[in-house]
Design a protein around this ligand. Structure first.
Ligand code: UD1
Length: 328
């Protein structure tokens, strides 16, 4: 299939591009490189531009005979979204609608969307199933949910077929060691723990020790980025096979606390990590664990990296060999 991947030069996007190419698809990446890295998709057909550019989209659909879109391009920092909701609505909703409209006009009607556990907000029940109420507590989650709603209405009126994948905490790196996580600024736990181990940040701040969890630190469900990549490929296959709409959670169903992540990283690396105990980060729910039974049952998805240690091992492979990210 000829597939356009928006935001394909980003972390989850580039791993998905790799998976799609390995499966024999022809992939074209559209990325404005505001966050992504050109080096993450070396050798892949690349269009430098924006999802808000309707003309570029229709030209690209035509030029490459695009049959489906995987849409990653978005702003994704929770804290930043609270400070700058206008930018999040602009980037994630307004530009997202431009993409949907261009798809409908060009009759490109298959879409896999990069959504998030942040659509649920503070869980009232864990594991979180797809029918859990969606009450986001920040603009990031709200804008992703708004786009999900648009897809639903566009599917009824214009024949759009879509799968929305709600990721829990993506982590790890491709085993070949050529691509991995490289955010500027880095805000995610696992890369920060590894940077603290390498000494490129002085210490790791633990955000809160008084949560109602077994050790007082937040519990998250970490999922390997390559397992996420496979889920996108399976979702595309399902849309090609006639599936019209679907929403899937993606996690491993196991919760690990911040302290467990640090201990596991120490075990993988073989040396202690310098930590500092600090206050809670506003907006962090205590526990987020996915119920991913639906995608397992309907699409046969199975995680290859179901335990935290193997996820951290692959992340360490990338970080230890690329201390400056894609620059080295
Ligand atoms: C959040 C979003 C998720 C989004 C992701 C991408 C929610 C509920 N989740 O995940 O949807 O896709 O960001 O940006 O909004 N921590 C520390 N010290 C640090 C960094 C993190 O203790 O220096 C803790 C956090 O408090 C949290 C855990 O580590 O409990 C994981 O944090 P992080 O990697 O930032 O991801 P989330 O906030 O869970």
């Amino acid at each position: 299939m000829n597939i356009l991947v928006t935001g394909g030069a980003g972390y989850i996007g580039s791993h998905t591009v790799l998976e799609l190419v390995e499966r024999g698809h022809r992939v074209v990446v559209l990325d404005n490189l505001s966050k992504g890295h050109r080096a993450a998709v070396g050798g892949i057909e690349f269009v430098h531009g924006d999802t808000g550019d309707a003309r570029l989209l229709s030209e690209t659909f035509k030029k490459y005979n695009i049959e489906a879109v995987v849409h990653f391009a978005a702003s994704s920092l929770v804290g930043e979204s609270v400070q700058q909701p206008a930018a999040y609505y602009q980037n994630n909703v307004v530009k997202g609608l431009a993409l949907l409209d261009a798809m409908v006009s060009s009759r490109v009607l298959k879409l896999v969307f990069s959504s998030t556990a942040a659509v649920y907000g503070e869980p009232i029940e864990v594991p979180i199933m797809e029918d859990h109420p969606t009450l986001p507590t920040n603009p990031y989650g709200a804008t992703k949910l708004a786009f999900e709603a648009a897809m639903l209405w566009y599917s009824g009126a214009y024949g759009l077929r879509y799968a929305s994948l709600r990721y829990f905490n993506a982590a790890g790196a491709d085993l070949a060691g050529k691509i991995g996580e490289d955010h500027h600024p880095e805000t995610h736990l696992i890369p920060l723990v590894l940077k603290a181990a390498m000494g490129s940040v002085a210490s790791l701040a633990i955000f809160g020790t008084d949560y109602p969890t077994p050790d007082g630190t937040c519990v998250r469900d970490y999922i390997h980025v390559s397992d996420l990549a496979v889920a996108h490929a399976l979702a595309l296959d399902a849309l090609s096979a006639g599936r019209d709409r679907a929403v899937y959670n993606l996690g491993n169903g196991n919760g690990y606390s911040v302290l467990e992540v640090i201990r596991t990283a120490e075990e993988v690396i073989g040396k202690p990590i310098n930590v500092k105990y600090g206050p809670r980060r506003p907006g962090d729910p205590a526990v987020l664990v996915a119920g991913s039974g639906r995608i397992k049952k309907e699409l046969g998805w199975r995680p290859r990296f179901a335990d935290l240690k193997s996820i951290i091992e692959t992340a360490w492979l990338w970080h230890s060999s690329h201390p400056a990210g894609f620059e080295k």
